[in-house]
Design a protein around this ligand. Structure first.
Ligand SMILES: Cc1cc2nc3c(=O)[nH]c(=O)nc-3n(C[C@H](O)[C@H](O)[C@H](O)COP(=O)(O)OP(=O)(O)OC[C@H]3O[C@@H](n4cnc5c(N)ncnc54)[C@H](O)[C@@H]3O)c2cc1C
Length: 383
């Protein structure tokens, strides 16, 4: 048995950045993953992730994304790799819907640059999009694309160089808390002072006494050949977009990074578990998306090139879960998914490292704590 200051369960988006953050702070850190990230079995694959700042979900996310931009830039410098491609971001929808007013509120509250475009202006400036006359676009200049596999590879490589012990293909089976915490894996056992559990979709299974009902959903990503003039869908000309096409219903997409344009429906995926999920997609699913795209993004709706299944782990209110375990305050639970966590990963890693080291995080995490739910609704489920 070796003693470590902190153990990290799961080395995906959150865990890889957290292991790096702790190693940078000179802590003895051990990280475990049941597979070898980056891999295609969790929530962090599919070649691209949106980063956007005028956060329609709530203005409280904006300081997190601002910090994340700084940290992504630092990771780019340290790894010498491109991790973020700026494209600008276009939020399209009715002016009195959820998306456009929400993005505007965050932009106003935090003094972010933005522009509201009429449907005609959107069609003229960004011919890949054909909004209806009653819709508007909110353009934010700082949005762009993160390359998730490269981000995770970079964080893990730098964490290893900074002294983190990284154990791949080594699932954590459980832990017991006494004076230190004894973590049992498929290969052995490890003593750690603190434990951060960032197991993605597996947070919803039997690994942790789940303090909240987390629901895993099967989400599908599709790549299509563009139709017509190619420059229309290149990153210089086409921003990432999110479109509220019906009340509270969204689809989103990315310009062509070389594999075709990637388009997907946000949420609405069927309930599943990470171990039983159907990994294949069928023609019907692509057709459902195509029907939404047809009148709105005809230039993106060419031949289907490929598809992949990814997992959302949803809290009941769509905000993240970041808190200490009610069972053992030395254990920190992190489920920053609900379909929108990637962009924040290095900022969340700082918070997780602070919590593990008993420091007050610089960012306000009150929105993500268990206390926001009354105890009786948390549905404590013990394995
Ligand atoms: C289709 C799709 C599109 C998305 N789009 C965006 C977007 O555009 N922008 C955005 O910001 N976010 C987006 N997200 C959300 C974002 O990707 C997730 O919030 C984020 O990847 C979650 O990271 P994680 O570290 O919690 O999970 P993961 O990266 O999945 O990592 C969890 C890790 O834990 C490991 N693990 C599980 N159990 C154990 C165990 N017992 N022992 C050891 N290891 C274990 C797993 O192997 C895995 O590697 C999207 C997600 C999906 C699926």
């Amino acid at each position: 048995m070796t003693a470590f200051d902190v153990g990290v369960v799961g080395l995906g988006a959150m865990g890889s950045m957290t292991a790096l953050e702790l190693a940078r702070r000179g802590k003895r850190v051990v990280g475990f993953d049941r597979f070898r990230p980056p891999h295609e079995l969790g929530s962090s694959h599919g070649k691209s992730r949106i980063i956007r700042e005028a956060y329609f979900e709530h203005p409280q996310y904006v300081p997190f994304v601002k910090r994340a931009y700084q940290l992504w830039a630092q990771l780019e410098r340290e790894s010498g790799r491109t991790l973020l491609i700026p494209t600008g971001g276009l939020m399209i929808g009715p002016p009195d819907g959820v998306l456009v007013p929400g993005a505007r509120r965050s932009a106003e509250e935090h003094g972010l640059e933005y522009e509201v475009l009429s449907a005609g202006e959107v069609r003229r400036r960004f011919p890949a999009f054909t909004p209806a006359d009653h819709e508007v676009g909110l353009l934010e200049p700082r949005a762009g694309i993160l390359l998730p596999e490269s981000c995770i590879e970079s964080a893990l490589a730098l964490a290893g160089e900074a002294g983190a012990t990284l154990c791949f293909d080594e699932p954590v089976i459980g832990w017991n808390g006494a004076e230190s915490i004894s973590v049992t894996t498929a290969r052995g056992s490890y003593e750690v002072g603190r434990l951060i559990v960032a197991a993605g979709a597996w947070m919803a299974g039997g690994l942790v006494p789940t303090p909240l009902p987390l629901a895993v959903a099967r989400q599908t990503l599709f790549w299509f050949d563009p139709v017509g003039r190619h420059s229309m869908v290149e990153p210089g000309e086409m921003p990432i977009f999110l479109w509220e096409w019906a009340e509270g219903r969204y689809f989103y997409g990315f310009p062509d990074l070389g594999d075709g344009v990637k388009v997907a429906i946000h949420h609405e995926g069927e309930p599943t578990t990470p171990d039983s999920v159907r990994r294949e997609t069928d023609a019907e699913e692509a057709e459902r998306l195509r029907a939404i795209m047809a009148p709105r993004t005809p230039a993106l709706n060419g031949t289907l090139r490929s598809a992949v299944v990814c997992l959302y782990t949803n809290t009941p209110d769509g905000d993240f879960l970041i808190d200490r375990s009610p069972d053992d305050r030395r254990v920190i639970l992190a489920s920053p998914c609900s379909g929108h966590g990637f962009k924040f990963a290095p900022a969340i890693a700082e918070v997780l490292a602070d919590l593990a080291l008993d420091r007050e995080p610089a960012l306000d995490v009150s929105r993500f704590t268990l206390a926001r739910f009354p105890a009786q609704s948390r549905g404590i489920i013990r394995p």
